[in-house]
Ligand binder design. Structure first.
Ligand SMILES: Nc1ncnc2c1ncn2[C@@H]1O[C@H](COP(=O)(O)OP(=O)(O)O)[C@@H](O)[C@H]1O
Ligand SMILES: [Mg+2]
Length: 272
């Protein structure tokens, strides 16, 4: 039987379990992402602030203290997650490169950790610098403080994808970018994702971004978060600027906006 790339079975997470300040961040989360050969699914995750989106991502990544879950099972390739692994790469909103390393050494970092020789890792790093739309000659020797926000996220994406993870975990990666740069980054991500054929979990506050990038959009409830809706959406097979103007696209965005507004309204908290 083919296993799932990622599966959550009744997953709950209570921080500080058993202590007076115990706090349940997510409860009874269930979903499965099929393992389709040579293809990856793009899962966009939406939900009110504090509902446990980052908690879910970090449980998949195997990062403490989100890992381990308190009850249920977090499975990757059918096996319980026991910690971080090379099969999973993460990209955060905040810039996560090393200040004292150049772009080239930042992108090559993961390969360096694997003990890959200098020549090989630099050759691959140069390739990835190009792929994410930076200029090898002009940008390789720059330090993070010499880059714009968009360029930094390009480096962050290159750093992660150079390791060819099967699962890419992205936590509001474009949240700090201006709208124009953000759309460029969305198109870049679609292009790279097709190439690397990974499964992506992408947390965002932007409904447009989730509907554009996602194959499926997950909507979580207010805290403690549980998975309320899984909405299949059209894949991003044309440029962001074009697709996001189309009536069918806008219609899906409005539907999801209604669901989220209902979740965030004071009334919904009174009945909570
Ligand atoms: N290490 C932690 N210890 C205790 N509570 C935490 C911890 N990390 C997150 N939380 C709480 O769990 C809830 C969900 O957090 P998070 O997953 O970061 O939400 P989101 O990413 O959806 O905004 C929040 O109320 C947050 O304060
Ligand atoms: Mg978060």
């Amino acid at each position: 039987m083919a296993s799932h790339v990622v599966e959550f079975k009744n997953v709950s997470k209570t921080y500080n379990f058993g202590r007076h300040d115990a706090f349940t961040a997510v409860r009874d989360v269930n979903f499965a992402v099929e393992d389709i050969p040579d293809e990856g699914e793009f899962i966009a995750i939406l939900g009110p602030s504090g509902c446990g989106k980052s908690t879910i991502l970090r449980m998949i990544a195997g990062l403490q203290p989100q890992h381990p879950c308190t009850t249920g099972e977090v499975l990757v390739d059918g096996k319980p997650v026991t910690g971080p692994g090379r099969d999973r790469g993460m990209v955060f909103q905040d810039y996560t490169s090393f200040d004292n390393r150049t772009v080239l050494d930042n992108v090559a970092f993961g390969l360096e950790c694997q003990g890959i020789d200098r020549e090989t890792r630099y050759a691959q790093a140069r390739e990835w610098i190009e792929r994410v739309g930076l200029n090898v000659d002009a940008d390789s020797g720059k330090y993070p403080h010499e880059l714009s926000g968009g360029m930094r996220q390009r480096v962050a994406i290159a750093r992660s994808l150079i390791l060819r993870p099967r699962i890419i975990l992205m936590d509001e990666p474009f949240g700090a970018l201006d709208p124009h740069t953000r759309m460029q980054m969305q198109d870049l991500l679609v292009e790279l994702w097709r190439e690397v054929q990974a499964t992506v979990f992408f947390v965002t506050h932007s409904i447009e971004e989730s509907v554009y990038l996602g194959d499926r959009v997950f909507i979580l409830s207010r805290s403690p978060g549980t998975l309320l809706h899984q909405i299949a959406v059209e894949p991003p097979n044309r440029p962001a600027l074009q697709m996001q103007r189309e009536p069918a696209f806008q219609e899906t965005v409005f539907q999801i906006r209604d669901i989220l507004e209902e979740l965030e309204s004071p009334q919904s908290s009174a009945t909570h």
